[in-house]
Structure formats: structure tokens, C-alpha cells
Design a protein around this ligand. Structure first.
Ligand SMILES: NC(=O)c1ccc[n+]([C@@H]2O[C@H](COP(=O)([O-])OP(=O)(O)OC[C@H]3O[C@@H](n4cnc5c(N)ncnc54)[C@H](OP(=O)(O)O)[C@@H]3O)[C@@H](O)[C@H]2O)c1
Length: 288
């Protein structure tokens, strides 16, 4: 990886990778050999972040939605720290985010399986501070009649989308309190507030996020930590691209950038404002 260096040197998949950002460098290649955008060149260690910007952690940053959010946060000068499970997909996302980061901002990443609570706790210790923003965007989708549903798939949907959102947020609360004023954004879904049929595990997991965001938000609002739930409808990303409307007219769906724009508005609202929940839908009716 062109300008990246391993911190800790404990092998592939363990420890974090740091890209320091200043002027553009040469184009590189992802670990799988595919081309990636030009990677910003290394800057002298110790250069200060833009005053007040602090760090932002995006969990599930290798998804199109997570990467777009990370790009927006990096462009605002945050030190953006990316978590994902797949090392190659995460490295590609980190390079893309670094390419668009503000001068002086840093981009780093850590391979973390959110189902592994110990790994989450260890990775939290490597998270840059002060932590001003946490975005939980990891999720696994399933669309199946409950009676036919695959037990392993249900377990994965519940184990990635639901419980780790709670445990990861809980683990990082001391960091968010130290970084206050700070904001945690949970990427929900229309399924966080509507019980669609044929989608039970995903609906249940996303409803968990709604309860989590509401309860934590009420508990922490007076302590400088805002907790927000952002509920996109169908986005031209992930599993929605395999849906009939996603195959037919992806341009009619929300775009990953639309979700990122809303998240940026939520985190940049004045400190006196707590945006507790945002629902966004494409203006086109996906069922039409
Ligand atoms: N697409 C939509 O229409 C839509 C609509 C509303 C809400 N959302 C939500 O938006 C988020 C991103 O979705 P997407 O559609 O862009 O999906 P996606 O491309 O499938 O991305 C899923 C993300 O979750 C991560 N992830 C999966 N299992 C993980 C694990 N065990 N540990 C750590 N990370 C894990 C993936 O990382 P790896 O690639 O490294 O596995 C990836 O970053 C999800 O929360 C989803 O529910 C999506």
C-alpha cells in the first residue's frame, strides 16, 4: 500500500493502518491488484488536526454508504478512522477517503469483526482521540420468508446489524464523553420504524437501533453526547442494487452521497441542537 504503514506490526488483520494526508501522490493499487485513486503523500508526523475537528470513527466504512460518510467527514478535516471486516475492501475505501481528505487530516483504518466483542474493545483502544463522531453503518441484509429463512443468515443479520451496534456504542461511550461535544449516528433504515413482512430478522435488528438511539440519546443529551438515528429508505448500494427497482433504475433510489449529506448535517448541527431522528426516502416510489 503506497503511503500506508502498519502500526504495531502484528500482522494482517490486526492493528491499525495509518495514511497521513497532505499533497497528492501517485496512483496505487489495492491489495487485490485493482487500481485505486491517487494516494495523498505522507506528511511530517505530529502535524495538528484542524482546530476542533477531532476524530471520527466510521464502522462499516467499506460499504458505499459508510465510505461516502467517511469521505464527507474527512473533507471537513476530521481524522477519520475506518472499521471494516474485509481487509481488501477496507484498504480500498481508506485510499479513496484519503484521496478526498482535507489537507492536514489523517485517515486510518482497523480490521474489526464487530461480532467479536473483545476485538472491538481492543480496537477501541487504538481509536484516535478526541472522538467527536461515531457512525455505526455495519449491517447485513436479508429478504426471506421467516418460515424458509436460513438460521445462519438470520444469526448473521442479528449479530452484525443489531447487538454489535449496542455493544460498540457502549464500548466507545467513554471516548465520546471525553470528546464531548460529540455525536453518535446509528444508520438505521425504514425497517427501524416500519415492520415490513418477509424481512423479520433485519426489521428486528434495525428496531433495536431505534430503541438504542432513543434511550441513549435521552440519557446523554445533557452530557454533551448526541445520539441520532438516520433512517434511509432504499439506497443504490448493497443489497438494494439486487432488488428489481435497483436493477431497473438505481438512479431513482437514494444515493450513498444523499445519506452522507444528511449525516454531515446531523453532526454539524449547533451544539444546542439534538437531531434525534431523520427519515429520508427517495421521492420516486420504489414500488411503482
Ligand atoms: N442499501 C440500502 O438500501 C440501505 C438502506 C437503508 C439502510 N442501509 C444500511 O446502511 C448500511 C450500509 O449498507 P450497504 O447497503 O451499503 O451494505 P453493504 O455494502 O453490504 O455494507 C455492509 C457493511 O457492513 C460491514 N460488515 C458486515 N459484516 C461485518 C462484521 N461482521 N464486522 C464488521 N463489519 C461488517 C461490511 O464490511 P465488510 O465489507 O468488510 O464485510 C460493510 O462495510 C447498513 O447498516 C444497512 O443496513 C442500507
Amino acid at each position: 500500500m503506497g503511503h500506508a504503514r502498519q502500526l504495531g506490526g502484528r500482522g494482517r488483520g490486526v492493528g491499525s493502518t495509518l495514511l497521513r494526508v497532505s499533497t497528492p501522490g501517485p496512483a496505487g493499487a489495492a491489495p487485490d491488484g485493482s487500481p485505486v485513486p491517487a494516494v495523498p503523500a505522507a506528511q511530517p508526523a505530529g502535524r495538528a488536526l484542524r482546530a476542533g475537528s477531532g476524530a471520527a470513527l466510521v464502522v462499516g466504512a467499506s460499504s458505499a454508504i459508510g465510505a461516502a460518510i467517511a469521505q464527507g467527514l474527512a473533507a471537513r478535516g476530521h481524522h477519520v478512522h475506518l472499521w471494516g471486516r474485509d481487509p481488501d475492501r477496507l484498504a480500498r475505501a481508506a485510499h479513496e477517503v484519503a484521496a478526498g481528505a482535507a489537507a492536514g487530516a489523517a485517515v486510518s483504518s482497523d480490521v474489526v469483526d464487530v461480532r467479536d466483542r473483545r476485538a472491538v474493545a481492543e480496537a477501541a483502544q487504538r481509536c484516535p482521540e478526541p472522538l467527536r463522531v461515531l457512525v455505526y453503518a455495519a449491517g447485513v441484509f436479508d429478504w426471506a420468508d421467516a418460515v424458509d429463512a436460513d438460521a445462519d443468515r438470520w444469526e448473521e443479520v442479528l449479530d452484525v446489524t443489531g447487538v454489535p451496534a449496542a455493544q460498540t456504542t457502549r464500548t466507545l461511550l467513554p471516548h465520546l464523553l471525553r470528546g464531548a461535544p460529540s455525536t453518535a449516528v446509528l444508520i438505521g433504515s425504514g425497517a427501524a420504524v416500519t415492520a415490513y413482512p418477509h424481512n423479520a430478522a433485519y426489521v428486528a435488528a434495525k428496531h433495536l437501533l431505534a430503541g438504542l438511539a432513543g434511550s441513549l440519546g435521552a440519557e446523554l443529551r445533557g452530557r454533551g453526547v448526541r445520539v441520532s438515528l438516520v433512517n434511509p429508505g432504499m439506497v443504490a448500494a448493497g443489497a438494494s442494487l439486487d432488488s428489481p427497482v435497483g436493477r431497473r433504475s438505481p438512479g431513482s433510489l437514494l444515493q450513498a452521497q444523499d445519506v452522507a449529506d444528511v449525516v454531515l448535517q446531523v453532526v454539524s448541527a449547533p451544539a444546542r441542537v439534538w437531531v434525534s431522528r431523520v427519515d429520508l426516502q427517495p421521492t420516486a416510489d420504489p414500488s411503482a
